[in-house]
Design a protein around this ligand. Sequence first.
Ligand code: GLN
Length: 309
Amino acid sequence: MIKDITESVLEEWLDNVRPYAYDGQVANYIPALSRSNPEDLAVAIHYLDGDAVEAGETEVRFTLQSISKVISLALALMDNGESYVFDRVGMEPTGDPFHSIYRLEQVPSKPLNPMINAGALAVTNMIHGDTPDEKVGRLLSFIHDLTDDHSIGYNEEVATSEFESAFLNRSLLFYMKQHQIVTGSVEETLDAYTKQCAIEVNVCQLARIGALLANGGKDIHSGRRIIPKHLARICKTFMVTCGMYDASGSFAIKVGIPAKSGVSGSVLASLNEFGGIAVYGPSLDEKGNSVVGLRLLEILSNRYDLSIF
Ligand code: GLN
């Protein structure tokens, strides 16, 4: 295992990518996210033997946004089993933006994968729980198990800000309700989804989730199994094929590490036999991926020849 990445190496890489901090734009379609500071850059690596290294603004907490889709998928699969979930959500990449409605209209009229908004909304709808708060409560305790950190909660302001402005996600849900892909109340599913997306972590907590996935679903410190191995594999496979939205192909070529990004500007990466990597840099490129996150992972992958391909 490569373990010669020290804190000063990470600091140096952050300095290399700092000039790109203003290359993109922070997300503004969720009003509360538009106040993020593009200069808040952070990175953490959690190795499989339990050691961790970090640099930058590691105390800054950010919301998971689309990264939560990997975690909600794992929980929905554990709740319902593979056939129930994949009868309603497909396994194929779309090549379309994450919030696109376009392919829902094509046969079969179900979302193509769980990493785009339509698929993720359907997945949240499947998580067991009678109320949105019960679903979110279960998701939070799952994240507490994944990170061994019970302090993690969701940011109420970000959740409300998204809930009040999520007209596109509402329309995806109404469309799927018409086609019996989701059940129950659209508003309640959206409530659970926006709270799920607003779950707040820092890079160290996120890197630990990446390490757990790299470890086949077992916590690396206690050895406790949190996700069945085959489900951890399914999550990592979706991260490769759909994790970076419609930039997943170029990311696979340039970086080649299973990864999932979110519009808060964070990226979760998980590499078998290595560990978890988390990067934060809120400025986004036109596809919604962190500009600094992509550059930093590219440096890391090239320096240490980490591509799985
Ligand atoms: N909460 C965001 C949304 O549904 C998540 C999208 C993202 O991170 N790409 O639009």
